[in-house]
Design a protein around this ligand. Structure first.
Ligand code: AMP
Ligand code: GLY
Length: 414
């Protein structure tokens, strides 16, 4: 079977790596891929949102199955176009992707189908939004309802901060003409629950936890994620079962009832509050960097799993290793702000573990930095302490003058 993976980050490297272990797969293409992916797949220079380019490529190369990584490709309608052309694809329709691309759609879905989440209202009018905020407890959570390059969520501690944020979103239209969702602030540890979903069929993956802040001690600016691990000691089996039944399955069947069934990954960004587990956000795709610690634990054939979801067949019993995994993101100095690129990376091939490439390139045959998040060694262990010891040993073998990383990945568990 020939498979096309769309995307070019660490998440796609992990997808490609899982597919490369399948006996059913003879050839993997990745559009656009990266320098690490190039060791396992043929990288093709087609942008992940170039729907026509991707479709033509898949047709011309007789691709049997396409797997979509990024949300941008789904929002561009790549899955709709492939299905209309009779091609098999693992990824949601544009309508189903609204569970991620529109905060208001996601909140309405949760309210309608009884999925636990923070109380909210949504507004297009500045004065009405401000009036609502003044009646709710602080801090207030303000979320722009649309694409905002990760800057659309403001946690306002005071009325002044709320006024400023709402003015920038609803009066100055900093991100565009979207509405703003105002929701109550929740507290507790966050974790990520990814499931393979095909309509009403929901297949859970191991739970993972991301680390959003740039620096040790969960300090500094929000990032795309600085590290992840599986095996969360603070989530009980009862918590997991609740999250599976009352959140993931209910959301999936709600999407069926709404006429936009899911076909791919549903990612629940969840929080364990004193009042039970609640949804912070849904994503319509694999998480990054969570995928890099979860998919290495997949023992079933990855092609069979993706193919079953894409073709609407029940997936066979999906098996996972009982090991845990931990990964540390090594990012360019300055990230998530501005950073320079093109610094040589030494030792990535001899780190002694799987090293996923997030933003790398080859320059004159040398591996160099080419993004904000650059490279992520991932190690498995029987325990988190073992996985952590191994992964930080691997980090120590990778040298690059312009990279930094967190030293405390897993601190909530260890
Ligand atoms: P989101 O883009 O919705 O995932 O929000 C980004 C981050 O803001 C989340 O990962 C949380 O850490 C935080 N956050 C979002 N919503 C809430 C909430 N209702 N209460 C507390 N923190 C929140
Ligand atoms: N790691 C968070 C995300 O993928 O959205």
């Amino acid at each position: 079977m020939k498979v096309l993976v769309i995307g070019g980050g660490g998440r796609e490297h992990a997808i490609v790596e899982a597919l490369s272990r399948s006996e059913r797969v003879s050839k993997i293409f990745c559009a656009p891929g990266n320098a690490g992916i190039a060791a396992l797949a043929q990288c093709v220079p087609v942008k992940d949102t170039d729907v026509d380019g991707l479709l033509n490529f898949a047709r011309e190369n007789a691709v049997d199955l396409t797997v979509v990584g990024p949300e941008a490709a789904l929002s561009a309608g790549v899955a709709d176009a492939f299905r209309a052309a009779g091609l098999r694809i693992f990824g949601h329709s544009r309508a189903a992707t609204r569970i991620e691309s529109s905060k208001e759609f996601a909140k309405q879905l949760m309210q309608k189908y009884g999925v636990p989440t923070a109380a909210y209202r949504s507004f297009s009018d500045y004065s009405e939004a401000l009036e609502y905020v003044s009646r709710r407890p602080f801090p207030a959570v303000l979320k722009y309802d649309g694409l905002a390059a990760g800057k659309g969520v403001v946690i306002a501690a005071t009325m002044d901060e709320a006024r400023e944020a709402l003015a920038s979103m609803l009066l100055d239209h900093r991100f565009g003409q979207g509405r703003v969702v105002v929701e109550d602030y929740l507290e507790g540890p966050e974790f990520s629950f990814m499931c393979f979903v095909n309509g009403d069929d929901v297949y859970p993956m191991p739970l993972a936890q991301d680390h959003k802040r740039a620096f040790d001690g969960d300090l500094g600016p929000n990032t795309g994620g600085m590290g992840a691990y599986t095996g969360l000691p603070f989530i009980t089996e009862a918590d997991r079962e609740f999250a599976y039944q009352e959140i993931m399955c209910k959301a999936a069947s709600g999407m069926v009832s709404e006429g936009c069934p899911l076909c791919g990954v549903l990612y629940g960004g969840l929080m364990k509050t004193a009042d039970g587990i609640k949804v912070i956000e849904f994503n319509a795709r694999f998480g990054d960097p969570e995928t890099e610690v979860v998919l290495p634990l997949l023992e079933s054939d990855a092609f069979e799993v993706f193919d079953a979801i894409a073709s609407g067949k029940p997936a066979e019993d999906i098996r996972w290793s009982s090991d845990v995994a931990m990964g540390v993101v090594m990012a360019s100095k300055g990230y998530p702000g501005s950073y320079a690129k093109g610094f040589a990376i030494e030792g990535a091939d001899d780190a002694g573990c799987t090293v996923f490439h997030m933003g790398t390139a080859l320059s004159d045959g040398r591996l160099v930095t080419a993004g904000g998040r650059v490279i992520m060694p991932v190690c498995r262990g029987r325990s988190l302490a073992e996985a952590r010891r191994l992964v930080y040993e691997a980090v120590g073998r990778i040298h690059c003058e312009n990279l930094y990383y967190r030293n405390d990945i897993g601190h909530q568990a260890l």
